[in-house]
Design a protein around this ligand. Structure first.
Ligand SMILES: [Zn+2]
Length: 140
């Protein structure tokens, strides 16, 4: 028999871990508590560090992003190369479903900076109407 130094109960030797003066139950409680306290402490420390080093944290995140960028670009390129047909199909579908938006896209690139969206859209619609009429005239 052994007396637990924590709960003070007399327990069999098997109820203790080797070299521990606390019984297994108390030792488990203790380590769970320790872990919980520790995670909270770590969290608090992390938050405090982040608060004190906001700029540094931002900087290091950006550095990591910059370091990964070539890799990501490369992956993107590879994906595009492997999916050209899919992309083409997708673009075509989008263009067919959004003729005004598609035209507006092209116009926006050519329009002077700061041209209001409404003007670009109106032009896109006019363009589309003109184009449709031309197509119909061709067919006649
Ligand atoms: Zn105990």
């Amino acid at each position: 028999m052994k007396t637990c130094s924590k709960c003070g109960e007399d327990k069999e030797g098997g109820e203790f871990y080797k070299k521990y003066s606390q019984c297994k139950m108390c030792a488990r409680d203790q380590s769970a508590k320790w872990r919980k306290e520790n995670t909270e402490k770590k969290k608090a420390a992390n938050a405090a560090w982040y608060k004190a080093n906001k700029e540094k944290a931002k900087e290091s995140r950006r550095a990591r992003y910059e370091a990964n960028r070539p890799k990501e670009k490369d992956l993107h390129k590879k994906w595009r190369a492997a999916n050209t047909e899919k992309i083409k199909h997708y673009n075509l579908k989008w263009r067919t479903e959004n003729p005004v938006k598609h035209r507006a896209c092209g116009l926006r690139k050519r329009a002077p900076k700061g041209t209001p969206e409404i003007i670009i859209e109106t032009q896109a619609i006019n363009n589309l109407i003109r184009h449709t009429i031309q197509q119909q005239e061709k067919q006649l």
